[in-house]
Design a protein around this ligand. Sequence first.
Ligand SMILES: Nc1nc2c(ncn2[C@@H]2O[C@H](COP(=O)(O)OP(=O)(O)OP(=O)(O)O)[C@@H](O)[C@H]2O)c(=O)[nH]1
Ligand SMILES: [K+]
Ligand SMILES: [Mg+2]
Length: 518
Amino acid sequence: MSPSTSWKLWRSAITTLKTISRAAPVRCLSFPTDVGCDAETIFALSSGHGRCGVALVRVSGPASSMVLRNMAGLTQILPIPRTALLRRITDPHSKELLDRGLVLWFPGPHSFTGEDSAEFHIHGGPAVITAVLQALGSLKGVRPAEPGEFTRRAFHAGKLGLTEVEGLGDLIHAETEAQRRQALRQMDGELGRLYQDWSSRLKRCLAHVEAFIDFSEDELIEDGVLNLVESSMLQLQTEIERHLRDERRGERLRSGVQVVIAGATNAGKSSLLNTLCQRPAAIVSPMAGTTRDVVETSLDIGGFPVILSDTAGLRDAQDSVEREGIRRARERVEQADLTLVVVDSNQLPPDPRNAPAFLQEHLSTVLPRPSLEHPEAGTEAASDRILLVLNKSDLVAGGKQERIERELAGCPAVPPACFLSCNTFTGLGAFLAVLQSRVNTLCGDPLSGAPTLTQARHRAHLQHSVQALSQYHQYRTQDLALAAEGIRLALTHIGRITGRVGAEEILDIIFRDFCIGK
Ligand SMILES: Nc1nc2c(ncn2[C@@H]2O[C@H](COP(=O)(O)OP(=O)(O)OP(=O)(O)O)[C@@H](O)[C@H]2O)c(=O)[nH]1
Ligand SMILES: [K+]
Ligand SMILES: [Mg+2]
């Protein structure tokens, strides 16, 4: 492949992610607020901050119709629901014209929040937005919304379950195609329905067990009931355990695949990082030991989010700062989903037949040794998470490269290897294809099969509910009341995922990351 073809492939396959600001959203502190009752009406700029063509201001709560009457001159009749109407938007007190824009009326309960709501589509200049927000804030009983407050109201109105709320949060933060698909699927309620189904089946089991406890002595209940509960519980347990055995694919897709570049000094690790992110993010120099700190960058590889880290070159360092860099590098490798082990191919043995043994030996110096904590390190499972990058291929004669490739193909103990030159970009297209397929496997297809687990929070509750279910099996023959307690506990844990139990505290955590206006 010519360097120019590689270059094009590279540009199309990878996008450096724009860092979407997740800093605390700007709060409208200067507005008079009228806080106190439940029936407050809230407003916020729901489109992004900064200059834009059209800005969207949302209003929700009982005073929404009053807002439209006062600011859109709709004193006689309200607009047809959900139909845009071009109006003069004026200050409610001075009647000064603020802008000309579209207004929409969403009478409750057929609105996002379930309450009466209104929208103003105005020109996106900062002065227009400020004037409209200030006018809204000057109305009695109307105040600026807190982050995520519209969604919180939708949740309380039963419009969204907790997993759907989390899906919505993920959708707002989604930076890649695959993340968007996964979030949308969750927001559509598929995951919520799965958990809801488990919850209803558990409730049915519990009802049967309780009925048995209460009425079996009067012989009002058939003996077979407990057998039915037993098989139903075993089936459920199998389903939950299968859902948990997903190798964290959904969570990884949500938070980004951790890809770490590691290897000896001067192998070209920083050059690889710069090649992949298409900018000089890390310092490259012929001096061994250039990189000390971990240099991290976010990439979109074929629609999947990747957090790529360059690390210090591994060697016996004397310098204490470099030693700390190496410690950090090893730590990153241990936590990585995928490690790109970069090797200077100029240092491969002269005889291609010795390349597999050389690389195996080399890998053992880079990768963590198996330990009690990481029993899988160095095993086949671990080699699934390694990709060898034989860099500086421009310094290796073409014939030799092919002979080494043949030797490696015949040696399954060596992880997949790609020849590459960060100077000429030769081999980049093939390397990217391998990298993309690895990342794809690590995240899975968010649209196929059953919906995936996306949050550590869900995982913890499901693990607890599986434990609680085993309490049922443990006590079922000795103490049925205690066994029933196990089902009740499992139900509580699933209820916490869907928000039926203890939602408030979880909502606070979820909405911390939400924007104002959503
Ligand atoms: N010929 C050739 N030189 C390369 C290639 N990639 C990197 N280099 C050179 O190799 C030297 C080391 O590159 P770096 O990217 O700094 O290597 P590193 O592994 O990050 O080094 P440390 O951070 O010191 O561990 C630099 O002089 C690069 O220009 C390549 O594909 N071909
Ligand atoms: K270097
Ligand atoms: Mg470096």
